[in-house]
Design a protein around this ligand. Structure first.
Ligand code: GRG
Length: 295
């Protein structure tokens, strides 16, 4: 776990530098939209999604700059989703990553625009030649990122989540919802590494299957943190799910049942990596990390 923590910190530091560069305005004049984008993106978060890109790409000897730019683009999408999710029209949260949410620190209109700008910047970054010299690879990265972020991915899952407040959901419904809402970007992280590395079909499928289970285990851990975590560790409001009357893995399985399910899915995730050698060890450790995390 110590090796994993060091590697996570290392990637987080490199991603921070990359994001800082990507979020530097052309002129130094005061620019409110850049300030808002920087406020919400820099200096926080585990950077798990870029880490997955980096680790998956490393399996195929991809150049670091290619993985970092792709990971940073993915993080920009993740940050946009958090900003919009926190808005009064959605989850209406005041705290994120241990500080005031963007609409609280700035205002709602700026938060909407900053989210939009982060989303579009992500695609600009992926489409630039510095992300990969081969335009076919860039197009595939763009295509898959659009799919993971949009109606067949995160946005579709968020819509199902909003409807969950007024609907009875069973385990199958929740699994479907979470595979889209949280899972799609996590899956993209691993698939992007495979795309950058021109992985074989089997290798790519193995990484996608791993990420699919990782995303689910990650979400069950998130549901458990909502019940068992505290605001100091998580940096966000807790006990929100119960309050909203939403079905979650924990409300359906109970705390112990949900924990067992998370462990079993995390083990299954690791099983998908059997085709890779020791170079996948940090990905194996990540499965353990996502269910043990406290934030
Ligand atoms: C608004 C289109 C739109 C989508 C929002 C991802 C999402 C969809 C909402 C976030 C709500 C939430 C707390 C979901 C649970 C799982 C999750 C994505 C947690 C936050 O991700 P972490 O733990 O956060 O990786 P950090 O801060 O470490 O980056």
């Amino acid at each position: 776990m110590n090796k994993l923590k060091a590697a996570l910190t290392n990637t987080a530091d490199s991603v921070e530098v990359m994001l800082d560069t990507l979020l530097t305005p052309d002129s130094s004049t005061e620019n409110r939209i850049y300030q808002a984008m920087r406020y919400t993106t820099l200096g926080g978060g585990k950077r798990l999604r870029p880490f997955l890109v980096k680790q998956s790409a490393d399996l195929f000897g991809v150049r670091e700059i290619n993985a970092l730019r792709t990971g940073a683009a993915l993080e920009l999408i993740h940050c946009y989703s958090l900003v919009h999710d926190d808005l009064p029209a959605m989850d209406d949260d005041d705290l994120r990553r241990g500080k005031a949410t963007l609409h609280k620190a700035f205002d709602e209109a700026t938060a909407i625009l900053a989210g939009d700008a982060l989303l579009t910047l992500a695609f600009e970054v992926i489409a630039q030649p510095e992300t990969h010299q081969d335009s076919e690879i860039r197009i595939e990265l763009v295509n898959m990122l659009a799919r993971a972020s949009g109606v067949r991915g995160m946005v579709g899952g968020q819509m199902e989540d909003l409807q969950a407040e007024t609907k009875e959901l069973n385990l199958e419904d929740i699994t479907h919802l979470q595979r889209l809402k949280t899972g799609a970007l996590i899956e993209y992280g691993c698939e992007a590494g495979a795309i950058l590395g021109k992985a074989s079909k089997e290798e790519r499928e193995a990484l996608v299957a791993y990420a699919n289970d990782l995303g689910l285990a990650f979400q069950i851990a998130d549901d458990l943190l909502d019940i068992e975590g505290n605001v100091e560790e998580t940096g966000k409001a807790v006990r929100k799910d119960n309050h909203a009357g939403k079905a979650t893995f924990v409300s359906l399985l109970g705390v112990d049942g949900a924990r067992k399910e998370a462990e079993s899915i995390a083990n299954r995730a690791v099983g998908h990596l059997d085709t890779f050698d020791d170079r996948a060890n940090l990905l194996r450790a990540t499965a353990e990390f996502v269910i043990a995390r406290r934030n």
